[in-house]
Design a protein around this ligand. Sequence first.
Ligand SMILES: C[S@@+](CC[C@H](N)C(=O)[O-])C[C@H]1O[C@@H](n2cnc3c(N)ncnc32)[C@H](O)[C@@H]1O
Length: 205
Amino acid sequence: MARLSISEREKQYWSQRYIENRTCWDLGESSRPLVDYIDQLEDKSIKILIPGAGNAFEAEYLFNNGFKNVFVLDIAPEPLILFSQRNPNFPKTQLIEGDFFEHVNLYDLIIEQTFFCSFPPKIETRKRYAKKMNTLLQSNGKLVGLWFNIPLKGDLEKRPFGGDKKEYLSYLSPWFNVKTFENAYNSVESRLGKELFGVFEKKHR
Ligand SMILES: C[S@@+](CC[C@H](N)C(=O)[O-])C[C@H]1O[C@@H](n2cnc3c(N)ncnc32)[C@H](O)[C@@H]1O
């Protein structure tokens, strides 16, 4: 039997979780810290990517609030299909089924939420994520989002894979100027005190 590539294995893993409804990460609505960030954006023409978007409630919020240049990327087709059913007017060409690490394009803003923590926490993968985020941004582009501030345990079956501010900065600061990176004060109750809100501006190297 042919061996599956890493992308194909990941796709199968995540598809299966959606098929079995094992989506405990899903808030079922837009996350408050991200909504508050979005609400203060003035330029609605910016090109935005949400990678590992899942059900992508933030993309829905953006789109319904006048941001039309929003792209949703996920390796699993199931949440993209559901998103499209919920949002029939959202352009299909802006729903991308694919692997983040293979995706090529340039954005002004990338939004992170429970995506970093979904990868098996190898140092190499975490470094690769930071570098890839940088290469997907236009000059002065921003990576904005939430990263869990919870201990990383040894159990490789237990997502979300945690980390702390110091560790995240070790991956992100080579590629980004840190505008803010603090405990979110406006998280949903279940995540209060457990997530960092960050705004990182692309560094030129
Ligand atoms: C923990 S879920 C989070 C989903 C969403 N961000 C949320 O907060 O509800 C991780 C998501 O990343 C997607 N994913 C995992 N690896 C990926 C990759 N390499 N490229 C694109 N999407 C990926 C999964 O299919 C899944 O939808």
